[in-house]
Design a protein around this ligand. Structure first.
Ligand code: HEC
Length: 121
């Protein structure tokens, strides 16, 4: 009886040792999978911002009529990442808030994209 129990718990332990790394690997692959699917800052900018800010960030005709700032300008580039993050999240005047339809990771990617706009001064 005792011996049978021992071999059973040994099997259970062996099974457990196989399952744990399997689950960890699976969880890791899920995680890296989701970050791979994250659209790039450039794609997000095209999808959500170009209508007002133009593809180069200097402002579309619609945006200019609303008084958009030139995103390549010193005034904007001087702002910290945290400040840009907050503006995109919360909005500012006619600049809409994006917190309801954009994830934190996507907003971070957008801030990075703002830093890489062509011709920024
Ligand atoms: C509906 C038009 C519209 C869209 C879409 C839009 N913006 Fe704006 N954005 C504005 C306007 C208008 C301002 C100027 C707001 C102000 O200073 O009163 C502005 C300002 C900004 C500023 C500078 C804020 C400041 O303090 O001067 C940043 C940075 C910015 N937008 C980023 C973005 C990003 C990134 C997106 C896309 C996720 C986006 N905007 C989408 C209209 C828009």
């Amino acid at each position: 009886m005792i011996r049978a129990f021992d071999s059973l718990s040994l099997k259970a332990a062996a099974l457990f040792l196989c399952i744990v790394p399997g689950v960890v690997l699976f969880a890791n692959s899920q995680e890296s999978g989701s970050s791979k699917n994250l659209p790039s800052g450039g794609d997000l900018f095209k999808a959500k911002c170009v209508a007002c800010h133009g593809s180069n960030g200097r402002g579309s005709p619609v945006g200019k009529s609303l008084g958009v700032a030139d995103l390549q300008s010193k005034e904007i580039q001087r702002k910290s990442d945290a400040e840009l993050f907050r503006i995109i999240t919360e909005g500012n005047g006619d600049m809409p808030s994006f917190k309801s339809n954009t994830t934190t990771a996507e907003i971070r990617a957008l801030v990075k994209h703002l830093r890489s706009l062509p011709g920024k001064k």
